[in-house]
Design a protein around this ligand. Structure first.
Ligand SMILES: [Zn+2]
Length: 403
């Protein structure tokens, strides 16, 4: 039975769900719905690891706000490998992309950048014919374009028939093509060349490139020339950075060198940048490179909330190595994101709830964070201006309690 506290929380969640949101760091496979993952595994007769994919949530606990699942950085890479075994053909990637768009739209997201590493998947499950990396990207782009059109049509109809005075804002989406540093440099070049070609063919939709994957594998310097080429090709660059610890006393360590080389490149944005030692932290703050900060993901991968003892994500967030400082002391450019809603059991709304509760933020603070995120989007200036205006207007309606 729902208690008054539950009702209050649900009401609060509802208000935050209506707020427009901007998502700049979300991986396609990591956004898979759990139900879809189980469906695809069943269809393929694949047994998923019960360590990572069990449903043994604590009874009576609002598990959405607690860390009850193993999600260390290494757990996550093991999970991504498993997800790839079930998302193995073009129809399954189409389904994952469609559902990801539906889920972000349902959370009030008005602008979403999907990132994904192109793979040569099967044309169909069970067939031996391989599709190409280009087929992979074009499948995702097709889903995105169709979804965007339907969203805009739905919004226009809602507005014109007057049934809803303030219908949900339509979702605009863009694609970032990733390079996985677990794969070799040739593989990285393939993805970058493909991104450059697709940027010419889909100039509005393909906006950037990303370096991700296991940070213990290879170094940014191995891929630096790829990202130079991407830049020359008119693509924005975001790089996952400082996901493993290093110290200023160990400048020769590969983790330090890697983080330093990434900062020297001055990418347009950084993913996480969690564990920079003081000298590199200062360098980041001087360069003011926007950081994509993913609260739940950070708490889980850094294991800031002890698992099995009902470790609260809120408590974990209070131990976040940087977020509080960035928000309140250095006013660092930030975009609050989800990273992998499927893997971390989160949503764009929950990330804002967490942030608001952990740092006692007002709705006006959240508005500032959302608007600021839009400043660092990779869309063209015209789109950014237009969406930012939309965000401002909707917040005004929410503040006047007209929504
Ligand atoms: Zn990421």
């Amino acid at each position: 039975m729902a208690t008054p506290t539950d009702d209050h929380q649900e009401n609060h969640m509802q208000i935050l769900r209506q707020m427009p949101k901007v998502e700049l760091h979300a991986h396609l496979n990591g956004s898979i719905r759990e139900t879809t993952l189980f469906d695809l595994a069943r269809e393929r007769n694949i047994q998923l690891s019960s360590h990572h994919f069990s449903n043994d949530l604590l009874p009576g606990v609002d598990h959405s706000m607690y860390n009850v699942r193993p999600r260390s950085l290494q757990d996550c890479f093991a999970m991504f490998a498993e997800i790839s075994t079930v998302v193995d053909d073009l129809p399954s990637i189409r389904r994952v992309a469609q559902e990801m768009l539906e889920d972000f739209a349902a959370e009030g997201c008005v602008y979403l950048e999907i990132r994904s590493t192109p793979k040569a998947l099967l044309l169909l499950n069970g067939s031996s014919k391989l599709a190409t990396k280009r087929d992979y990207c074009e499948t995702v782009l097709q889903v995105m374009k169709e979804f965007q059109k339907l969203e805009q049509d739905r919004y226009n109809i809602d507005l014109s028939n007057g049934l809803k005075e303030f219908p949900r804002l339509p979702l605009v989406c863009r694609l970032i093509i990733s390079v996985d540093r677990s794969n070799d440099v040739m593989n990285g070049w393939e993805n970058i060349q493909l991104a450059i070609e697709l940027k010419k063919e889909y100039p509005d939709m393909v906006v950037g490139v990303d370096l991700g994957g296991n940070p213990l594998k290879r170094e940014f310097s191995d891929f630096r020339a790829c990202f130079e080429a991407a830049r020359q090709g008119g693509l924005f660059v975001t790089l996952h950075c400082a996901e493993v610890p290093c110290s200023d006393e160990e400048k020769e360590s590969s983790a330090y060198q890697d983080a330093n080389a990434i900062l020297d490149f001055v990418p347009d944005r950084l993913g996480h940048a969690l564990l920079l030692p003081p000298i590199l932290q200062k360098k980041l703050e001087d360069l003011r490179i926007p950081v994509e900060a993913c609260p739940t993901s950070n708490v889980m991968t850094l294991e800031l909330a002890e698992r099995n003892s009902g470790g609260s994500l809120l408590e974990g967030l209070s131990r976040h190595p940087q977020l509080k400082r960035w928000l309140f002391e250095t006013n660092h450019p930030l975009a609050i994101s989800t990273d992998d809603p499927g893997v971390f059991h989160t949503t764009a709304t929950k990330e804002l709830v967490l942030l608001q509760k952990a740092y006692s933020l007002t709705n006006a603070d959240l508005q500032k964070i959302v608007e600021q995120s839009m400043d660092y989007a990779f869309a063209n200036q015209e789109t950014k201006y237009f969406i930012k205006q939309r965000i401002k207007d909707r917040f005004q309606m929410i503040n006047e309690k007209r929504v």
